[in-house]
Design a protein around this ligand. Structure first.
Ligand SMILES: *[C@@H]1O[C@H](CO)[C@@H](O)[C@H](O)[C@H]1NC(C)=O
Ligand SMILES: *[C@@H]1O[C@H](CO)[C@@H](O)[C@H](O)[C@H]1NC(C)=O
Ligand SMILES: *[C@@H]1O[C@H](CO)[C@@H](O)[C@H](O)[C@H]1NC(C)=O
Ligand SMILES: *[C@@H]1O[C@H](CO)[C@@H](O)[C@H](O)[C@H]1NC(C)=O
Ligand SMILES: *[C@@H]1O[C@H](CO)[C@@H](O)[C@H](O)[C@H]1NC(C)=O
Length: 539
């Protein structure tokens, strides 16, 4: 805290006001914030959007298993690495066949030997690495269990990717405040681990959670919060039935792919209410690499701004965890509602009828139909109402409502995230109602506020209107850039994976579920259930 005050006074002396999180930035970066929250703790989106901007406190509860591979039977002191998947750690518990006898390789050398273009770093003296030892080197797979709530700082994106493209910016440029050009010379991973641990143990935290091909933790003190469950000596390659290591990349990759949609096993709790993101700040994150203008990065921001962000993080992260709103759950609900609909509407292979059906299926939910003469129910006074504006409002706010329950307890992070997600839903919903208005205008003899778009009308006007609105959907999807759309789907657009779900479903859907096109899913598709309806109940 003293440091913060000191730095703040230095900045003040220079007459510069430090930058602060702002609602304007949350709006400007709304899609990035939305996607970052969706990808937190998930291998898929965090691999695609590999340059992280987020700093999220997470808790690993007591009783969770974590793995460490190495060349020692006893636990290291730390900082050292723990993996969430056993395959990840096993990679470091293997002794390379014909490897130099009597030489204990360091973890970092192992890491760097995976990518041939990176030269191994000289770690001698840092990690007990010693090439003078006599005898055979053995590998050990250590399994730990957390003994309490373990507090980690999660850095999102592929923040364990030792790559200069921007994956390390949240560490090297913000937390460690070093020069990006020098990260390689400064001792690489062990240096980084020590520097990060120095920083976060001061706040009373246990480690840093990051992701590469698999999630991992830089754990600062192995004597605290962990119980060594087992330390298993691994076989030497000569004793294995299959001593060829060529399958390791495949087995390791598959273990990581199992976590595309989340770590699973209730292994982490994410405190979005304490999240800090570079996207909350008014900074310029345009990549300076002309070959990859898409690759935004924290490191592109001005050095003083990155220091301001670090200072903000320090003031926030000494506070206790909050866990007020699980914003990832909110994001998931929004994607589940709109993701596949937008993808279907964007697809040229989907018929005009299905396109209109998908659109109306979304927008009419929130739209109150005008009253008609002869309505049995009492009609309200409709004068002066803009039903479309009301519907857009309902549509945009719907999935954010559960979070509002705790609004009086919200942190600034909660409010900023709410602003960002609301900007995204507003964009989606206003585009959808705008699309509907284009189709309505193209409907023959449509009344000015016609309720339904006429179906089955094969007019060139309508086809052109669908083409025009399809362009709007495609532009919308490009802006939203949901990583779910990059994932190959089991069924093409306009089809769904169907199993018999009472009251619908044919026998084939129960015994051999598969992809079924929209037009085949009718109310008559229920021959799995019908034979049983004639039988008496067995009580
Ligand atoms: C960055 O590196 C340059 C050259 O080594 C040095 O002069 C400068 O002080 C460094 N800046 C920071 C913030 O460490
Ligand atoms: C590590 O944790 C143990 C147990 O809490 C503590 O006694 C020790 O001082 C810690 N080590 C460091 C370097 O903080
Ligand atoms: C952001 O940085 C890029 C690359 O340095 C530059 O081209 C652009 O003009 C900057 N934008 C703003 C708003 O400063
Ligand atoms: C109703 O609201 C929509 C969406 O905000 C807007 O496009 C439209 O012009 C409004 N209509 C009237 C009559 O004000
Ligand atoms: C609509 O788009 C399709 C596919 O791009 C094209 O073949 C068709 O001619 C377009 N129809 C109109 C009326 O623009």
């Amino acid at each position: 805290m003293k440091l913060v005050v000191l730095l703040a006074s230095v900045v003040a002396a220079q007459g510069q006001t430090p930058i602060r999180p702002s609602y304007d930035s949350a709006k400007a970066n709304a899609n990035h914030i939305f996607n970052a929250i969706h990808s937190t703790g998930r291998q898929w989106g965090s691999s695609l959007n590999h340059n992280g901007f987020g700093f999220i406190p997470v808790v690993v509860p007591a009783g969770i298993s974590l793995y460490h591979g190495g060349y020692f039977e006893q636990p290291p002191e730390g900082p050292e690495w723990l993996a969430f998947e056993v395959e990840h750690a096993e990679n470091f518990a293997r002794v390379p066949k014909g490897g130099p006898r009597g030489c204990r390789p360091c973890r970092d050398e192992q890491l760097h030997s995976l990518s041939s273009e990176q030269k191994p770093l000289d770690q001698a003296g840092i990690d007990g690495c010693d090439c003078e030892v006599e005898g055979r080197v053995r590998g050990y797979l250590q399994t730990y269990q957390t003994t309490r709530n373990v507090q980690l700082l999660y850095l999102d994106g592929t923040s364990a990717g030792k790559s200069p493209v921007g994956t390390l910016d949240s560490q090297d440029e913000v937390l460690c405040q070093s020069n990006s050009s020098r990260w390689d010379d400064m001792g690489g991973e062990m240096y980084r681990a020590k520097a990060l641990c120095d920083l976060i143990t001061e706040w009373g935290w246990d480690g840093i959670m990051r992701m590469e091909i698999g999630f991992e933790v830089i754990y600062c003190n192995f004597s605290s919060g962990l119980n060594l469950d087992s330390s298993i000596r691994t076989l030497v390659p000569e004793d294995r039935l299959e001593d060829d290591f060529s399958l390791i990349p495949y087995l390791w990759s598959r273990a990581a792919t199992e976590r595309y949609d989340g770590l699973g096993g209730d292994r982490i709790q994410m405190d979005f209410s304490s999240m800090v993101s570079g996207f909350f700040f008014p900074i310029n994150i345009s990549n300076t690499d002309p070959d990859r203008p898409d690759l935004i990065r924290l490191g592109a921001a001005q050095r003083e701004h990155l220091l301001d962000i670090k200072n903000y993080i320090q003031t926030l992260f000494v506070e206790p965890r909050k866990f007020i709103v699980n914003w990832q759950a909110v994001v998931d609900m929004i994607i589940a509602r709109f993701g596949n609909r937008l993808a279907a509407m964007a697809s040229a292979s989907v018929s005009t009828d299905l396109f209109i059906g998908e659109l109306e299926g979304t927008v009419l939910t929130y739209l109150e139909a005008p009253s008609l003469p002869g309505d049995v129910t009492l009609a309200e006074d409709d004068d002066g109402r803009n039903r479309t504006a009301e519907a857009i409002d309902r549509c945009a706010s719907h999935y954010l409502k559960p979070a509002l329950l705790s609004q009086q307890d919200w942190t600034l992070s909660d409010s900023l995230i709410h602003t960002a997600l609301g900007t995204v839903t507003q964009h989606i919903c206003s585009d959808l109602y705008f699309m509907r208005s284009i189709l309505l205008q193209a409907s023959p003899d449509a009344a000015p506020d016609a309720y339904l778009i006429k179906r089955g009308v094969k007019s060139a006007d309508m086809e052109e209107a669908v083409n025009q609105t399809r362009t709007i959907v495609r532009d919308l999807m490009q802006d939203l850039a949901w990583t779910t759309w990059k994932k190959p789907q089991l069924c093409v657009e306009g089809q769904i994976l169907l199993t018999a779900m009472w009251p619908l479903g044919d026998s084939v859907d129960h015994f051999n579920p598969g992809c079924v096109p929209a037009q085949d899913i009718t109310g008559r598709r229920r021959n799995y259930w019908t034979p049983y309806e004639k039988r008496p109940r067995i009580d």
